[in-house]
Design a protein around this ligand. Structure first.
Ligand code: SF4
Ligand code: SF4
Length: 394
């Protein structure tokens, strides 16, 4: 096995046919590889064994309340934008057993909860907005006053392989949130996919020393200025294509000032309080703890689960819920994401991935709502969605 390393920041060209060598180098180091694959008519992140599992030739149509897989006319491996799932499901799992208690033969025993994954994990295909989302969760779950040990166990060994976005979905607005479409930091290796009639390659760059070691084990050639410029152009195009945006200037103050805006009633009339937006959001981190016992009284379990500010029970204190109406819950969600989060953690809780727009069953659009609350024109794509019934669910 070669022991040399590709220096940080050096960009090399890897043939698409050699991408399997990257997976093999990670397997040799004991990593379980999680990457994009097709399941249940969507691009999802799951355990993958080889490049055969990647969604070659697939993309997806996105809109407010709309997602549909489509075939591409090439064999791009990362030719989709993002699916419903994010890396949050692996780092901050939806459900974890914290502990159990059992009573048998007169003895009472406390049993441990779920063990952390046996192998370290490598995440393949992390988009720039998703790197930003992981950084936001790091800030909350690792770098704040209390460290979340469940998150830390999963995060500390994670190897991140980013893929720059060279296309944007109509629901993307990472450019306005300054989180994409190019992965700037937080990765071990970053890839940019180039698919042309006569070549299919990746421009690859190491972001850490361990990334450089892994990349050195993959057949590569030196990159030239033309290839690097091509990627820069594609990323710039992906950025300029984004027609949704959030104006972040003065946003925090504007949202606090909008507490009594009639817009909250308007959006609440559509909102189902289903919590989809919080489940798909890569930065939402709220949890609850549930205790349950069996009928015989011999076993009790304590489990931690994702929770949502859209549920009525979430704000239950001293015999009642603080936020009874959909209006108060939507206002809590949006104001926390885009204003209070800045007070708490120094940055908004939104990275512009657009998932909450795509996966809202009634097509509520955070960019449109934010603009309306500020008395601004809705972004162009949001307007089109409204005009053309972007999702029949509207
Ligand atoms: S609020 Fe919506 S657009 Fe922003 S990060 Fe969460 S899911 Fe993505
Ligand atoms: S905004 Fe949409 S996804 Fe979120 S709770 Fe309301 S209906 Fe559900």
């Amino acid at each position: 096995m070669p022991t040399n390393e590709i220096p940080l920041g050096t960009q090399v060209v890897v043939d698409a046919g050699a991408l399997g060598q990257l997976l093999a180098a990670l397997h040799r180091r004991g990593y379980q590889i999680i990457g994009p694959t097709i399941r249940d008519s969507a691009v999802v992140y799951d355990s993958i064994e080889s490049t055969e599992d990647l969604p070659a030739g697939w993309t997806a149509e996105h809109g407010a309340g709309l997602y549909r897989l489509l075939k591409r006319d090439d064999q791009a491996l990362f030719g989709y934008v993002i699916g419903p799932g994010s890396w949050k499901q692996f780092l901050h799992p939806p459900e974890v057993a914290l502990s159990s208690a059992s009573r048998e033969d007169g003895a009472f025993r406390i049993l441990p909860g779920d063990a952390p994954p046996a192998s370290p994990r490598a995440f393949l295909g992390v988009r720039a907005c998703e790197l930003a989302a992981i950084a936001r969760q790091d800030r909350i779950l690792l770098e704040d006053r209390y460290v979340d040990s469940i998150y830390r166990q999963r995060r500390e060994n994670a190897f991140l392989i980013a893929v720059h976005c060279t296309d944007s979905a109509p629901t993307c607005f990472c450019a306005s949130m300054e989180t994409g479409p190019k992965a700037e930091s937080g990765f071990d290796i970053a890839l940019a996919e180039i698919v042309e009639p006569d070549r299919h390659v990746f421009l690859a760059e190491a972001g850490t020393a361990r990334g450089g070691e892994v990349l050195a084990e993959v057949e590569h050639t030196r990159s030239n200025a033309e290839t690097r410029a091509k990627v820069q152009r594609a990323v710039a195009q992906a950025s300029s294509k984004q027609s949704r945006r959030i104006d972040t200037a003065g946003l925090r103050e504007a949202l606090y000032d909008a507490f009594d805006s009639p817009r909250w009633e308007k959006v609440a009339a559509r909102c189902l309080a289903c919590a989809n937006c919080t489940m798909v959001c890569p930065t939402c981190f709220c949890i609850t703890v549930e205790d349950s016992g069996d009928v015989s009284g011999h076993r009790a379990d304590r489990r931690r689960k994702w929770d949502s500010c859209f549920s009525q029970t979430f704000s239950y204190i001293h015999g009642g819920s603080v936020r009874l109406s959909a209006k108060s819950r939507y206002r809590q969600w949006l104001t926390h994401k885009l204003a209070a989060w800045i007070d708490q953690f120094g940055a908004p809780g939104c990275v512009g991935c657009g998932r909450c727009i795509t996966w809202c069953p009634v097509g509520i659009d955070i960019t449109e709502e934010t603009a309306a609350l500020r008395g601004q024109e809705p972004p162009a794509a949001a307007q089109q969605g409204a005009n053309h019934g972007d999702a029949s669910a509207r």
